[in-house]
Design a protein around this ligand. Structure first.
Ligand code: ZN
Length: 458
């Protein structure tokens, strides 16, 4: 069995691993590189394999850094199937369409810039037409624990990863060996999504290392902090902004707000979900309650639900979005992007950051060089749409909503596989090294941190 690490090697994004076994070429994920010019430049480079030769893609989940290069793969000759769970296929459709629009917008921006310098810009990586072609490859939907015969005596089984709706750990059985790919592993006790399932025994593991060197606070603590922020800000008549990622985080925040409302702990207010992408993903969640955990299924079995309860309003159009800022203050506004790098959250920040009574609660990771990070780090003035704004609003950062397992959980999961060797992927340098050391201290397992495009034989 040969494995080539075609992405998420010594970096978090661009997940893509080629497994060659028994004459088959199997791709585990095919994600987009994100974050910073140098990393993103890899998206336009040729794949380190011929897409025509790939037999099948096994897709762990629908985050862009795992699914985002599939349209490119199809455009460049891949003619096989993408095998994944039903919710992942449904979410991928929305995520890839959104990505195509962004690619086209960015390419137009680059073209204008290049034109001013008398240069020629490259076109978009892919457009909506390419996404439609790619979606035809999503032909085989499978449930958890349902073995899939890939031919040549190779079998795949998807297990619950507990990361986002439909996310999977992928087991490959071939030549009497088991290879386990963690995809992204979730936390325990999160609302809606199930806990990660116990992994099967394996010989070789490819494991994500996003928080390989860190420990999270619990979700209960984070829910309590959210409640405190809501009471503080609404209590003094301000707006509370929640910059949020469209997938999973938004639905978990809605779930917590719904519980507050049900317990009569939510002050009189309106909750605006001001993001077409988040509205689309929320709709998909509502279609797959059978994939929720037991508590989630119980909550969603009765009306009203966390996605439809009286204070909640969906702002789909730009008019509906603008209307929010004509309302008296004292409301909760959930909008993207999660790191405030674009999207509708920007005009809400412009309207509210300078107000002492307002508040912003960050529920997700804020990468370096983003507006979100600047605000979290205590900037007193920031620039939004080219205009300087003072920051008077109260700022909270809540980390427990993270969709990734922390070090103790990763170690526990890895230990259960009793594997002989683990390849550490999907992490920045410090997390990878910290995780490698923790494995050496607690488990007897060989580990290796692969380079981008490195091939190993196991
Ligand atoms: Zn993910």
């Amino acid at each position: 069995m040969k494995i080539t690490f075609c992405g998420a090697a010594k970096t978090v994004t661009g997940s893509c691993h080629l497994v060659e076994v028994d004459g088959l070429k199997i791709l585990l994920d095919c994600g987009l590189f994100q974050g910073g010019h140098d990393v993103e430049a890899r998206n336009a480079q040729a794949f380190p394999f011929d897409p025509h030769d790939v037999d099948v893609v096994l897709l762990s989940h629908a985050h862009l850094d795992h699914v985002g290069r599939i349209p490119l793969l199809v455009k460049e000759g891949f003619a096989g199937e993408v095998v994944t769970t039903p919710p992942t296929a449904a979410i991928a459709k929305v995520i890839l369409t959104d990505s195509a629009h962004l690619q086209v917008e960015e390419a137009a921006h680059d073209a204008r810039k290049a034109g001013r310098h008398g240069e020629q810009a490259r076109g978009p990586l892919y457009d909506v037409g390419d996404v439609l072609d790619a979606l035809e490859a999503f032909r085989r939907r499978i449930g958890y624990e349902e073995p899939v015969d890939l031919g040549g005596g190779v079998r795949a089984v998807f297990h619950e990863a507990g990361h986002i709706l439909g996310s999977a750990v992928i087991e490959l059985q071939a030549q009497g060996k088991t290879l386990l790919y963690s995809g992204d592993l979730g936390n325990r006790h999160h609302p809606i999504v199930r806990d990660p399932s116990s992994p099967p025994k394996a010989d070789v593991v490819l494991i994500e290392s996003t928080y390989g060197d860190r420990r999270h606070r619990g979700i209960e603590e984070s829910a309590a902090e959210l409640k405190e922020a809501v009471h503080t800000v609404l209590g003094r008549g301000g707006n509370l902004l929640i910059p949020s990622f469209a997938l999973e985080r938004t639905q978990e925040v809605l779930y917590e707000l719904f519980l507050m409302w049900k317990e009569k702990e939510l002050p009189e207010c309106k909750i605006y979900l001001d993001s077409p992408l988040a509205i689309a993903t929320t709709r998909i969640f509502a279609r797959y309650p059978q994939y929720f955990d037991a508590e989630g299924q119980e909550v969603f079995a009765k009306r009203p639900t966390p996605f439809h309860f009286p204070p909640l309003h969906y702002a789909q159009t730009t008019e509906e979005s603008r209307h929010i800022n004509t309302q008296p203050e004292g409301n909760i506004i959930i909008a993207g992007s999660g790191m405030c790098t674009g999207g509708r959250i920007l005009h809400h920040l412009r309207h509210n950051l300078w107000r002492k009574e307002a508040g912003v609660i960050f529920v997700g990771y804020q990468a370096a060089a983003t507006l979100g990070r600047e605000i979290v780090e205590g900037a007193k003035r920031v620039r939004i749409h080219g205009e300087e704004t003072v920051v008077e609003a109260q700022i909270w950062t809540v980390n427990g909503f993270s969709a990734h397992a922390d070090q103790p959980l990763l170690l526990d999961w890895l230990g259960q596989t009793a594997a002989g060797a683990a390849f550490l992927v999907h992490g920045e340098a410090a997390s990878l090294e910290g995780f490698k050391k923790a494995i050496a201290d607690t488990l007897s397992m060989r580990t290796h941190i692969p380079e981008w495009k490195e091939t190993v034989t196991v």
